[in-house]
Design a protein around this ligand. Structure first.
Ligand code: FAD
Length: 377
């Protein structure tokens, strides 16, 4: 992919992460790559320098995830640990919380998961019922979450709840750091049809007692704090999808140049070449929107970044699903073999279409916010 609209430091970061990812390659060991990327400063490029980060933003962090994915070594927990949790703590945490968490999130020695989705709320986050009640020592949390990634490998989970004073109505979100082994914090592994190292969990919060300083930010700040984390999540999901799409496409193009069953390699047939070219164009376009979203977010324009991050996530997920499908088909029977490793991406690519916000919810957002059409739900 040509990258010349980027500043030189970004191109260099891309090349360095790409080299690291390719050294590990497909079939990589997640924990080893995570530790190495952390040590090299890549996991914390977006976090403030005074807490061990690189002092950059989402522009840099999205490059790291995209390039790792394009090399066949995606690090899903980057979407949550440095991007959501690191950002929320850096922007709204107390000095003690920043000192306690950011250096570890930056160098990868600590990881934080993020739990917002609930079984009875799903796409409608306003319906979440995980409730925090104030006690003399701090808080008690009760509720359930579902599909939360990486809880088993994370030191803590940033849990989105609401206070008991704001139990109903539009969500006034408040965010709590729940350490993995806190009594009452249960998890059940959900078996997914995904060939990924990171697992998903259903969580039960059953009278989980937390100290007062488990609350990150203001209990009354509402959605502002939450969106400070959710926009990075969307930008990073776009990076994840673009990386995966590029990985699949690179394999398919190489195969199409070599494989010959008539007079010329199959890549000479336009029925093979054009879908590959289309996939390439759509991934490039998605990346442009991701860069726009990252630029707006890093400039502090949360509102502008919201629209762009939604559009980038949408475009990247669609481009990824199509690139993977096209690539699998290009390899014929080999597209479905374990040896070539592309078929397993078919389900992985769909994750970006449904999470963290589904294709339809983005279309709803664009219909109502960008186009001013009436809301149907
Ligand atoms: C691999 C994976 C990892 C995940 N990791 C995390 C995580 O770490 N933390 C976390 O909190 N969550 C996580 N999630 C959850 C994810 O964010 C949710 O699955 C997603 O938000 C959709 O919610 P749902 O599954 O309840 O679908 P539902 O909300 O039940 O939606 C089902 C379908 O209905 C459509 N739909 C719903 N409402 C509307 C409407 N108004 N108009 C049109 N269509 C509509 C949706 O688009 C979707 O196609 C993960 C999910 C997956 C698959």
């Amino acid at each position: 992919m040509s990258t010349d609209i980027e500043p030189r430091e970004h191109t260099e970061l891309r090349a360095a992460v790409s080299a690291l990812g390719r050294r590990h390659g497909a079939g990589f060991d997640r924990a080893t790559l995570w530790a190495e990327a952390g040590k090299l400063g890549y996991l914390g490029v977006n976090l403030p320098e005074e807490y061990g980060g690189g002092g950059g933003g989402m522009a840099e962090l999205s490059i790291v995830l995209e390039e790792a994915g394009a090399a066949g070594a995606p690090l899903l927990m980057m979407v949550v640990s440095p991007a959501i949790c690191g950002t929320v703590i850096a922007r709204f945490g107390t000095e003690e919380q920043k000192r306690a968490w950011l250096p570890g999130l930056a160098d990868g020695t600590r990881t934080m998961a993020f739990g917002i989705t609930e079984p009875d709320a799903g796409s409608n986050s306003h319906r979440i019922t995980t409730t925090a009640t104030r006690t003399e020592e701090g808080w008690v949390l009760n509720g359930r979450k579902v599909f939360v990634s990486g809880v088993d490998i994370a030191d803590a989970t940033l849990v989105v709840g609401r206070t008991s004073d704001a139990r109903t109505g539009n969500l006034k979100a408040c965010l709590f750091i729940v350490p993995r082994d806190t009594p009452g914090f249960g998890r059940r592994h959900i078996e997914m049809e995904l060939a990924a190292d990171e697992k998903q969990f259903e969580l039960t919060l059953d009278d989980v007692h937390l100290p007062a300083d488990a609350l990150v930010g203001d209990e009354d700040a509402g959605l502002l704090q939450l969106f400070a984390g959710l926009n990075p999540e969307r930008i990073m999901t776009a990076a994840f999808a673009i990386g995966m799409g590029r990985y699949a496409l690179e394999r398919a193009v190489a195969y199409a140049k070599e494989r010959q069953v008539w007079k010329a390699p199959i890549g000479a047939h336009q029925a093979i070449a054009h879908p590959l070219a289309q996939a390439h164009i759509e991934l490039e376009l998605a990346r442009l929107m991701m860069q726009k979203a990252a630029k707006l977010y890093d400039a502090g324009d949360d509102l502008g970044a919201g629209e762009a991050a939604n559009m980038a996530k949408y475009a990247a997920a669609e481009a990824c699903v199509k690139a993977v499908d096209t690539s699998v088909h290009t390899l014929g029977g080999n597209g479905l073999t374990k040896e070539f490793g592309l078929a397993r991406l078919i389900t992985a690519a769909r994750v970006a279409r449904i999470a963290p916000v589904s294709r339809e919810m983005i279309l709803n957002y664009v219909s109502t916010h960008s186009l001013g059409l009436p809301k149907s739900y």
